[in-house]
Design a protein. Structure first.
Length: 276
């Protein structure tokens, strides 16, 4: 289902996994460039969006090399929650035998962005800001960085333009800390519905290194939500496709779900999921 069919009940949350209810869409700007005040207000509104309730998603990641066969899908689960001043995300990836390969917890707000990772059940360690692109599993590209999308809250973010990328979008460019990877991210937010639909990572020379893009939306009950997104490595041209398979909306998680010390064991999941 293409973004043009989204209802007013869509909202982008953190990390590539976003849902909820939007305010009245902005239909006034068209392709007119925003003023400085308008661009600041638009980005602030996007950053301040919140889930109406906790959310749990089951997904699959398929690695598609430029040449050769696609991989066997890698299964995983995401827990998302909004808290005062920020957004929380937990992810767990398992192998075909159900053994944990990687688990992470991230927090993103206007003031800080943090990520903790546990590999194969080992005690959690906090990632360094300068090395965020740890793959979720062997043989895939997608990392906690791609799901958390910390660049949307980097302090040095400036409005670039309003243009069409499948749909009318407001484009911003955010600069990372000196020496950080990636150096900058150019990201596009749907100008009507306030949904992040594309992000391009750039190196210190301004060359594209990674493309993240929303591919498809789906409807669960009365709510539209992300169904598929992709990440492409610009050097190898290999691509990962992340597909949401099941969703549990308006869930309630125990507080310890987002405590890094719990990454050594699986988190509790809701009892009822809806298939996409």
């Amino acid at each position: 289902m293409k973004p043009g069919l989204l209802s007013l009940t869509v909202r982008w949350v953190a990390c590539l996994i976003a849902l909820g209810a939007l305010a009245q869409p902005n239909t006034n700007s068209g392709f007119r460039k925003l003023t400085e005040e308008e661009s600041t207000q638009f980005l602030a509104g996007f950053r301040n969006s919140r889930l109406s309730g906790d959310l749990c998603l089951r997904f699959e990641i398929t690695h598609k090399p430029r040449r050769g066969e696609a991989s066997v899908p890698v299964p995983g689960t995401l827990w998302a929650s909004s808290v005062a001043g920020g957004q929380l995300l937990r992810g767990e990836i398992k192998d075909a035998q159900g053994r944990p390969t990687l688990a992470f917890i991230s927090f993103k707000s206007a003031k800080e962005r943090r990520v903790w990772v546990s590999v194969k059940g080992a005690p959690a360690k906090e990632l360094d800001d300068r090395s965020p692109l740890v793959p979720l599993a062997d043989g895939v590209l997608i990392s906690p960085f791609d799901l958390q999308m910390p660049f949307t809250h980097w302090p040095k973010a400036s409005y670039v333009t309003t243009e069409r990328r499948r749909r009318p979008v407001n484009v911003y460019e955010a600069a990372n800390l000196a020496g950080g990877e990636p150096a900058k991210v150019n990201f596009a937010i749907d100008s009507v519905y306030g949904i992040l639909i594309q992000a391009i990572c750039l190196d210190a020379q301004g060359e594209p290194t990674r493309l993240m893009q929303v591919e498809e939306f789906s409807k669960v009950g009365e709510q539209w939500m992300l169904a598929e997104c992709s990440v492409r490595d610009e050097a190898s041209r290999d691509t990962d496709l992340l597909r949401i398979t099941e969703a549990a909306l308006d869930a309630k998680f125990a507080p310890e779900t987002f405590e890094p010390a719990t990454l050594t064991r699986p988190a509790a999941q809701p009892t009822h999921f809806q298939k996409l």
